[in-house]
Design a protein around this ligand. Structure first.
Ligand code: PMT
Length: 404
């Protein structure tokens, strides 16, 4: 039976390349349409004709070979998943650096669906700090690694570096496709970044949010096939392609955008750091320095999250963040979750340098309104975003089951 899923199988220059054909066979058995994209070095390890017989498609390798001219964008758009197995040390390095000098590396930049890497190489190469650093860069960006097995290597030595078994790789593909099938079409609304409240035409009240946590959630939701709307305060990071984006500046603008969007969404995650106060009367002209002290009168901004929870319909799921500077007390946080009316709260201690505001990492604890909690740990924001969506899925009883 056809699954209707298109899988790109990248094969790179490793002695394990011939085993990729067993992976192709298992994926075809699962009903997937498999397209092999091999690097020129990979083609030294298996005859093209074998790949074509297993998949029913010509093995692609060159970016510009006929027919079709530049084909990476079309292939990337049409595919449900990119699996690179085996992934050589050289390929992992090139992918981590964003080099794009052949069809496979170019696809890696163009693809928006999930990417899995199954490395295969000698143990000392796999454990080399350069390879580990490149793998960390990639997994921090949301790429999944299927770590190699321990066993007989090409050198004749025993060690860590043998390509994972085709069955293990097939199972991982099944799991990722199951997740993306489940989330496909689910409408997710995410707020991210800071808000700015004008003091005068040149000054504002802001905060240190970079938007990274919220943008990581956008990427994670998109890679699962969700339909994502992002309401973002002013940030310096690129917008993930594929989301509908509303740029806002003040808490008032963020509130209007979210109130308008919320009814058309199934899940809302408030990762934005909304300014709690604004100038009571922003000045029309720039205040000149006059040697005197200056007192600002501030008024409280509306609590956007609490407002959304009041308009929440059955089946919708609402998630808030909590930025704390005095440690995390689960009872206090559960009270905060109830006060804000959320289904789930993600608390981060933002007093520690290197996590929370502005950094690449976070340390999150999930708290439910009934006081249950789960420490998700310290990790890259992108990896945490995947964990968050998995935890939301477990607890969301009204998860929309959409027709497939
Ligand atoms: O953007 P990064 O640099 O990646 O940093 C990520 C982060 C630290 C900003 C993020 O992880 C985070 O904690 N975001 C929420 C910060 C915050 O405003 O916390 P809070 O405890 O003040 O607010 C609790 C919740 O109420 C939040 O979901 C917030 O979006 C919401 N809120 C707050 C105030 C307000 N007026 N309206 C709101 O809706």
């Amino acid at each position: 039976m056809k699954s209707g899923k298109k899988i790109l199988l990248g094969i790179t220059g490793s002695i394990a390349a011939y085993r990729a054909l067993d992976i192709a066979r298992l994926l075809v058995q699962d009903g997937h349409d498999v397209q092999i994209v091999a690097t020129s070095r990979a083609l030294k390890f298996f005859p093209r004709i074998n790949g074509e017989v297993f998949t029913g498609h010509p093995v692609l390798s060159d970016l510009f070979e006929s027919p079709g001219g530049v084909r990476h964008i079309g292939l990337a758009d049409e595919s449900d998943l990119l699996l690179v197995a085996p992934a050589s040390a050289d390929f992992i390095g090139r992918m981590a650096m964003g080099l794009a000098d052949d069809l496979l590396t170019t696809l890696c930049l163009a693809i928006r669906s999930s990417v899995i890497l199954a490395p295969a190489m000698e143990e000392m190469m796999y454990l080399h700090p350069a390879v580990q650093a490149h793998l960390k860069t990639l997994t921090d960006r949301g790429v999944r690694e299927i770590p190699p097995d321990r066993g007989a290597l090409a050198s004749g030595k025993e060690g860590l570096g043998r390509l994972a078994s085709p069955e293990r790789i097939r199972d991982e593909v099944r799991e990722l496709l199951r997740i993306s099938q489940e989330w496909s079409g689910v409408r997710v609304l995410i707020s991210a970044g800071p808000t700015r409240e004008s003091i005068d035409p040149v000054r504002y009240i802001g905060n240190r949010s970079s938007g990274r946590m919220g943008y990581a959630l956008v990427e994670a939701a998109l890679s699962r096939g969700a339909k994502v709307t992002l309401v973002s305060g002013p940030v310096d990071i690129p917008t993930p392609p594929g989301a509908d984006v509303f740029q806002v500046e003040t808490a008032g603008e963020m509130e209007s955008a979210l109130e308008k969007q919320f009814p058309g969404h199934d899940l809302c995650i408030m990762a934005a750091a909304v300014a709690d106060y604004r100038m009571e009367k922003p000045l029309n002209g720039k205040r000149k320095k006059d040697g005197k002290s200056w007192t600002l009168t501030l008024s409280e901004n509306p609590d956007i999250l609490a407002g959304l929870s009041r308009s929440k319909k059955e089946g919708q799921f609402l998630v808030g963040f909590a930025a704390e500077t005095r440690g995390l007390d689960t009872n206090d946080l559960a009270r905060k979750a109830r006060r804000k009316g959320v289904d789930l709260l993600l608390a981060n201690d933002v007093s520690e340098p290197g996590i929370g505001f502005g950094s690449e990492s976070n340390d999150l604890t999930l708290v439910l309104p009934d006081g249950q909690s789960l420490h998700l740990g310290r990790d890259s924001k992108r990896r945490l975003a995947d964990r968050i969506l998995a935890e939301i899925r477990k607890r969301w009883t009204g998860f929309p089951s959409l027709p497939t």
